[in-house]
Design a protein around this ligand. Structure first.
Ligand code: NAD
Length: 427
């Protein structure tokens, strides 16, 4: 994973499609790089009285279609290029989902599991202290990502509101329920993964009840994907893999007859680490980190981190795999794409597959603006419609131009962003 630079990968994906679309040099120059970048230090007083300086970032890739939108990731291996890549993907994701927002992303180099709640709160408030002049409901709206939680978004919203002098829930999404959050936000990304899988299986004329799935990750996205695979589609989830914080390595949890996601959830901590001893007691076998990739399944769901299906690991994947649903951002490298082009597996690209989260975040902002909150069924129905329409627009583009699904999703997105820039007179 260390050898692949995610931003170079994002640029490579863009370049390939820019060439196919014959974009002008001017347009390409604007879209290959973020429009704005913020790099800063966040001094935080630690509980023992010492002071630590954390490195923070916010990338605003493009806001032609609306305010930038994208999460804030707290991760020890965070790099500016990871944040650039994620910010770029957000531009394409919002455009594929057809929501009036641009792309942004934030990050802090930190392992949040090593901080107390009070330290986490001071770090969140410190991030806002550095960025509040450059974010806002009409400028750039952050949200949670890996290592950040709804509670943290609540602290950040509070800090922004104090600095700006008025209650401004729309500055950040993914807030807790009762604190300006939207019903359905927690499960939205996993739900979107399942809606797009449902549409892919329909497209391939496969019966979901006869399908098995293997997932990487058991955090927010994967847990809800596992739940809805079972509840909405009747898909059997046989394997999940996750990072073990104590052993500092990952494992695969496997049960041929299917894993009980509710039980697994009950033995998983807030960072997505499953308790091995309790899983073993319940008859779940514990296997190697990469075992999730080599299971005989029809649906493969990388839903943890970027650059996991590479030229070194793609050979592990069985011929039974018909759908690859990219719950995570950037899990497949260009080498993996080459493999899937040949194998014919239907790849639901990340900018489509995991767009449920940002779409629900958009709904949250709409509700904050109206100061009127929807019931869960309204959120879910609107989300289902948006994800189904987004899937259809990508498949139509793939058919029309005879291209790979990732390129088709990029084409849908780039068309919309370029049109937005034209209408604003940028180009
Ligand atoms: P999370 O922090 O809740 O969970 C991450 C999971 O990945 C954990 O179970 C962790 O153990 C596991 N993991 C980490 N490193 C691993 C490794 N090397 N091998 C196996 N498992 C590993 O994060 P999340 O919110 O579920 O996000 C997962 C992915 O989905 C990320 O790429 C994120 O950017 C993307 N995503 C999240 C959302 C959202 O709404 N949460 C929206 C869009 C995209």
């Amino acid at each position: 994973m260390a050898s692949i630079n995610p931003f170079q990968m994002a640029q490579q994906q863009f370049d390939e499609v820019a060439e196919q679309l014959e974009l002008s040099d001017n347009i390409t120059r604007i879209l290959r790089w973020p429009l704005r970048e913020f790099h800063f230090q966040i001094p935080v007083q630690m509980d023992d009285g010492s002071m630590e300086c954390f490195r923070g970032y916010r990338i605003q890739h493009n806001d032609a279609l609306g305010p930038c939108k994208g999460g804030i990731r707290f991760h020890p291996a965070e790099t500016v290029d990871t944040v650039r890549a994620l910010g770029t993907w957000m531009t394409w994701k919002c455009a594929v989902a057809d929501i009036p927002l641009g792309g942004g992303k934030g990050g802090v180099i930190v392992d949040p599991s090593g901080l107390s709640d009070a330290e986490k709160q001071r770090l969140c408030r410190g991030w806002i202290d550095q960025m509040w002049r450059n974010i806002g409901p009409r400028i750039d709206v952050p949200a949670p990502d890996v290592g950040t939680t709804p509670q943290m978004m609540g602290w950040m919203m509070d800090q922004y509101s104090k600095l700006i002098g008025e209650y401004t829930p729309g500055v950040i999404t993914g807030k807790p329920l009762g604190g300006g959050g939207s019903k359905g936000r927690t499960e939205a990304t996993g739900f979107g993964v399942v809606v797009t899988t449902r549409e892919a299986l329909k497209h391939l004329e496969l019966d979901p009840k006869a399908c098995r799935a293997s997932l990487q990750g058991f955090g927010n996205v994967a847990q809800y994907a596992a739940k809805f695979y079972k509840e909405l589609l009747g898909v059997t989830v046989v394997a999940v893999s996750c990072w073990d914080r104590r052993d500092k390595r990952s494992y695969t949890f496997y049960r041929e007859k299917g894993l009980d996601y509710a039980f697994l959830q009950s033995i998983t901590d807030q960072y997505g680490t499953i308790d091995k001893a309790k899983a073993k007691e319940a008859g779940v076998s514990i296997e190697d980190a990469d075992a999730w990739l080599s299971k005989e399944v029809e649906i493969l769901v990388p839903a943890a981190i970027e650059s996991v299906i590479t030229k070194d690991t793609v050979g592990l994947i069985k011929g039974s795999v018909k759908v690859v649903a990219e719950g995570a951002n950037g899990p497949c490298t260009p080498n993996a794409d080459d493999h899937f082009r040949k194998s014919g597996a239907f790849v639901i690209p990340d900018i489509l597959c995991n767009a449920g989260g940002v779409t629900c975040s958009y709904f949250e902002g709409v509700q904050n603006d109206m100061n009127f909150y929807w019931e869960l069924d309204e959120v879910i129905n609107n989300l289902d419609k948006k994800m189904t329409n987004a899937f259809a627009s990508v498949v139509q583009m793939a058919d029309k131009r005879g291209v790979y699904t990732r390129n088709a999703a990029y084409m849908v997105a780039i068309d919309r962003v370029v049109r937005g820039m034209e209408l604003r007179g940028w180009i």
